[in-house]
Design a binder for this molecule. Structure first.
Ligand code: PA5
Length: 427
């Protein structure tokens, strides 16, 4: 992963190289804390050890039992779904369609179940806690649909969950194959674990190369932001946010990274949104959103950082020559050339208007590149959390909502549910 922070300096909000040099002392301290956390496999920091602790053989063994399925359905939500969706979209299905069932919108669930080849689908149900209402409800519905279709769901289901909880009990009761969510790895940091890797393995992707990419990025973590691309990104995001860049627009120039932007949004928001700090992630797609959101990013309030992501190498689709003079400039080039020109134009446009932006590049969008990108963003996020002094690995606001919803449905005696009845009204 290559990170170029040049355009983030001396823009508005203003961040100078001298400021970053001063911040670098705190980066060194933060790096020490991160390394200690990794050495102790402490909660959250353990996620940064996944390149070495994940067990690709166990993942492959778990999926090998499924004979050439046509589709895989991830049933999970938040960190238990977005990693798989990101990997599946970025790496492609190779003949395997990937679906995600995270939300519990009945119209969506209905439509999805109608379109799924249930007899030829592997269901990967994922919940770290094993208690998340949306995931469990969706799974109960999917398994009933399979029953109705005469499909033995117990032979089509793989579970990934924590040590206990309802899902663990359900897996034991029906003798379902079950992988463990590794200890100390919060949902949004779990893409490189048993939570998401099974989807990549089912599609025949090189799981070792994914972890190699992540390991390469881990090896580049160092006590200075000037020596570590991931830390450079995290430190710049933090320093800019402190100076007013409350929003970070993540803009991949690759359709296959659209889910990555969503994954990033969760990572950034759920990890860093604490104690009245945090940078609000926005999602966009290049070049599509050059024709919409770019107007705001360039000319709206000076409260943004724009992160532009692209691969250095793309598949080549030539643009045919035409005899129309006005289109002569396109002929002979390729779609990739056009997309890269759009990327550079956007970058220059933002810079010309003094809008801070960062360029992140991968050699290719392949297993190694994606491993580098996901690990790099996770490390950037952990560093940001250290600099901001927040508890990166907790999500009390998310848990509050989970408890309130369960309480409302009679799933336990949660005081959060009482607050739902106290809704403020306009009188
Ligand atoms: O990152 C997180 O911790 C959350 O987004 C969880 O992944 C999400 O709430 C789902 O939780 P669980 O895996 O326990 O079902």
């Amino acid at each position: 992963m290559y990170v170029d922070i040049g355009n983030a300096l001396d823009a508005e909000p203003r961040l100078t190289r001298a400021t970053l040099e001063r911040l670098d002392e705190r980066v060194a301290d933060a790096h020490d804390r991160i390394e200690r956390g990794r050495a102790d496999a402490a909660h959250g920091y353990a996620a940064l050890n996944l390149p070495d602790t994940a067990d690709p053989d166990a993942v492959r063994a778990a999926v090998d039992r499924f004979d050439d399925p046509a589709a895989v359905l991830t049933v999970g939500i938040g960190g238990s779904a977005l990693g798989a969706a990101t990997l599946a979209e970025a790496l492609g299905g190779d003949g395997l369609d990937h679906y995600v069932l995270d939300n519990v919108d009945p119209a969506h669930v209905d439509a999805l179940l109608d379109s799924l080849p249930l007899g030829d689908t592997v269901v990967h149900v994922v919940s770290r806690s094993g208690t998340t209402a949306e995931t469990l409800a969706n799974f109960l519905i999917v398994r009933e649909a399979m029953d109705r279709a005469g499909v033995d769901w117990t032979r089509r289901t793989l579970v990934t969950t924590g040590a206990d909880g309802n899902l663990r009990e359900l897996a034991a009761r029906h003798d379902l194959p079950a992988l463990d969510v590794p200890a100390g790895v919060p949902g949004r940091f779990s893409a490189l674990s048993t939570v998401a890797l099974p989807v990549a393995a089912l599609a025949g992707h090189d799981v070792d190369a994914l972890l190699d990419g992540a390991r390469a990025e881990a090896d580049r973590l160092a006590g200075s932001l000037f020596d570590s691309p991931a830390y450079a990104y995290g430190a710049v995001c933090y320093a800019l946010e402190r100076r007013g860049a409350a929003i970070n627009a993540m803009v991949p120039y690759a359709e296959s990274l659209e889910y990555f932007a969503e994954w990033f949004a969760q990572l950034w928001a759920e990890s860093l949104g604490k104690d009245a700090v945090g940078q609000t992630p926005a999602r966009a797609l290049g070049a599509t959103d050059q024709h919409s959101q770019l107007q705001l990013y360039r000319a709206g309030p000076r409260d943004k950082l724009v992160t532009l992501v692209r691969p250095r190498e793309r598949p080549r689709i030539p643009i045919p020559e035409t005899d129309l003079d006005g289109l002569a400039y396109l002929g002979g080039g390729s779609l990739g050339d056009l997309l890269d020109a759009e990327f550079r134009a956007t970058e220059a446009s933002l810079a010309a208007a003094n809008c801070p932006n960062v360029r992140i590049e991968l050699d290719r969008i392949d297993e190694r590149g994606v491993g580098e990108l996901l690990y790099g963003m996770e490390a950037a996020c952990v560093l940001y959390g250290e600099l901001a002094g927040v508890e990166t690995f907790t999500q009390p606001a998310v848990e509050w909502g989970k408890r309130a919803a369960r309480g409302l449905l009679g799933g336990g005696d949660f005081e959060e549910a009482d607050a739902v009845g106290e809704k403020r009204r306009l009188v």
